[in-house]
Design a binder for this molecule. Structure first.
Ligand code: HEM
Length: 640
């Protein structure tokens, strides 16, 4: 740089070859503009040259260690920024884990991967048993969770959705904005614009939404299942049973007359049966046997689990990037699934819009499944954007996710539990199935299960319910997020939690509490059946005309019968929460109960199965279970 003698300003030396263009004016330019443009070009050139120099000297200094150090420092800074934004809980709430300091918080993030269950267990015994809530550390990117004791279950589950939200908690835990590739509001806006419908305002920003007053219902698919599944189930039973028989025989490989022992992976067998049977209910009889479609749904569900774990480990600041990248497979898998079912959905929408329901059903009969229920409800509520096949196939994804792996895990553990406990249980179930089938005139005549006949399979029902208690595949399945802008105050203990706080109920602790269950760490398959049988016997004796008993009043007899009914597998309570509890309890459980009973009934009465030596162990990563996928069973078709 030199000083211009006439102006006294410092200028870049013309001797610098990169600056040569500073002094070249474009032809025809005025002297002033020529001067300005030459100075601009000159500065630009100089900057480029300097930048290149800086970059090349930086590149020379970049070593692998420095890159890793810089990235780690960035991650730590991002996590600390996350921490500052996380909801803070009152100090009066006791904590498990390593503590609250910065260092302890970082240890907690790592410890979460290995010790989450131990921490919850410790807290259950120390605090929950004394009716106190406690705080358990969570994954790095997530708020810590407040574990609410059993005596406050009703308080937690009765709070309205705009205060404590199941929908928002599910959304956070499963990272729905990344994983489920569907933004109901964006979709509805685009649909309205494309079809010349009145414009839809963007999402309000408040996380709560009330479907009755919202133009867009984010949780429409959940309502479809709540509203329709149980009421259509009885009519679907014969078709479900046919699908069960086909799926069980395909998975266990036996046909009549073939009595060879086969060895197969139990997990694979359940993963082959459940998607097919479940999808009879979701997409109907043709698509439910489309193996590429089913494996796409299964892969989608696997990807959701992997992505959620990955996002748990990254600071929120990076979620827009990591989530976008991680969900590339989700979008690809949805496109694949969509290509299979789009024609079916399109045709169903066409038929149902041409011959709408008159309350007695459509004039042109349609198959009863999720797609039909979705379309029917969209028409009834005037939600035209929901009739778009894209909306329907995308809304199916969370339902597939909720339905498939939960049922596979449950069925898998029922068999493992039965094969590692008293063989009398298997025989007891076989005997019960035979006796109900033979004694029920309707079943005997039609060869098909009916709802009342399935309801009489007490032992089978009990074996499943007990396995869901004993082999819980989640520490907690009930989580709620505080979305009231001013937070919530707990009535029993007086603590206050701000917006964003996360509450959970401890299923594992409750299910293994010796004060609630005799010998809780033992699989007692007929635990509930025995109680129901005892109630029935007492009620029968009480009602006996010969007066062998009783001094019991009719109300007492009725109460006992009712208590007996409440021991069935679809009944939820604050001590049995495998299907959740309260108004968000699983709406799929009525189907699952019938499906699993029919699978067990067919499998156990038509196949011999060798016991397992011991119960194989599951692994846990944080709150995610990795079941023993390699368990092999030996099965043989029984002689007719
Ligand atoms: C053994 C199998 C299953 C288990 C263990 C299970 C468990 C659960 C649990 C614990 C909840 C409550 C979550 C909460 O309170 O936050 C739930 C909700 C739900 N489940 Fe299931 N589920 C199973 C099968 C199914 C099936 C087959 C379907 C559909 C066909 C289904 C659809 C749903 C839906 C839509 C919800 C959300 C309900 C709401 O938020 O109101 N589930 N499930």
């Amino acid at each position: 740089m030199t000083t211009n003698a006439s102006t006294g300003h410092q200028v870049l030396a013309a001797s610098d070859p990169s600056m040569a263009s500073c002094f070249a004016s474009p032809p025809g330019a005025s002297p002033l503009s020529a001067g300005i443009s030459s100075i601009a070009v000159c500065i630009l050139n100089s900057l480029c040259a300097n930048l290149a120099e800086v970059l090349s000297s930086l590149a020379a200094r970049l070593t692998f260690t420095r890159i890793v150090t810089a990235f780690s420092a960035f991650l730590i800074a991002a996590f600390l920024a996350d921490c500052a934004l996380k909801p803070r809980y009152p100090r009066s709430l006791p904590r498990v884990g390593y503590g609250d300091s910065v260092l302890a918080t970082m240890r907690n993030w790592l410890g979460y991967v290995f010790y989450f269950n131990d921490w919850v267990d410790e807290g259950y015994n120390k605090f929950s048993k004394n009716d106190r809530a406690f705080v358990v550390p969570s994954a790095a990117s997530r708020p810590q969770e407040i574990v609410v004791p059993r005596n406050q279950t009703a308080w937690m589950l009765d709070l309205p959705d705009h205060v404590l939200s199941a929908h928002a908690a599910h959304g956070d835990v499963l990272y729905t904005e990344h994983n489920f590739v569907f933004d109901a509001h964006a979709h509805a806006r685009a649909y309205a614009a494309k079809h010349g419908l009145p414009p839809i305002p963007p999402r309000s920003g408040s996380e709560h939404h009330d479907h009755k007053h919202s133009v867009v219902d984010e949780d429409f698919h959940t309502r479809v299942v709540h509203r329709n599944l149980a009421r259509h189930l009885p009519g679907l039973l014969p078709a479900i049973e046919d699908e069960v028989v086909m799926a069980v025989d395909a998975a266990f490989g036996g046909v009549d007359g073939d009595d060879e022992w086969r060895t197969l992976k139990l997990w694979d067998a359940w993963l082959a049966m459940v998607p097919q049977i479940t999808n009879l209910l979701l997409v109907g009889p043709d698509a439910c046997r489309n193996q590429p479609l089913l494996s796409t749904f299964v892969k989608f569900a696997d990807t959701v689990v992997t992505n959620s774990f990955l996002l748990n480990m990254f600071p929120k600041l990076l979620h827009p990037l990591v989530g976008r990248l991680a969900s590339i497979p989700n979008r690809r898998l949805w496109r694949k699934a969509h290509s299979f079912i789009e024609p079916l959905i399109r045709e169903r929408v066409r038929v149902m819009t041409e011959s709408p329901s008159d309350g007695q059903g459509e004039k042109t009969p349609v198959n009863e499944d999720y797609i039909t229920w979705h379309i029917r409800m969209a028409l009834a509520e005037g939600r035209t954007a929901e009739l778009d096949p894209v909306a329907i196939s995308k809304r199916l994804l969370p339902i597939e996710f909720a339905a498939i792996h939960t049922t596979v895990l449950t069925g898998f553990f029922v068999i493992v539990d039965l094969l590692t406990s008293d063989p009398a249980y298997l025989e007891g179930i076989r005997e019960e199935v035979r006796s109900v089938r033979e004694s029920d005139p309707e079943v005997a005549a039609s060869g098909h299960w009916t709802k009342p006949a399935l309801a009489r399979l007490w032992r089978t029902d009990s074996a499943i319910r007990e396995s869901m208690r004993f082999s819980n595949f989640a520490t907690s399945l009930i989580k709620r997020k505080v979305i009231a802008p001013n937070g919530i105050t707990n009535s029993a203990e007086g603590w206050h939690v701000p917006y964003g706080g996360l509450l959970m109920l401890d299923l594992a602790g409750t299910h293994h509490d010796p004060d609630l269950y005799a010998k809780p760490d033992q699989y007692d398959a007929f635990r509930y059946a025995r109680q129901r049988e005892a109630y029935e016997a007492a009620a029968a004796a009480a009602a006996a005309p010969d007066g062998t008993e009783t001094n019991k009043a009719p109300e007492q007899i009725a109460a006992e019968a009712m208590r007996g009914l409440k021991l069935g597998m679809v009944t939820t309570s604050d001590s049995h929460m495998a299907f959740g509890h309260g108004r968000h309890a699983c709406p799929g459980r009525f189907f699952v109960a019938h499906e699993l009973k029919m699978i067990l009934a067919h499998f156990l009465t038509n196949y011999d199965i060798k016991p397992l030596e011991s119960k194989p162990k599951s692994l846990w990563i944080g709150q995610t279970i990795i079941p023993p996928l390699d368990v092999k069973v030996e099965v043989r078709r029984r002689k007719a």
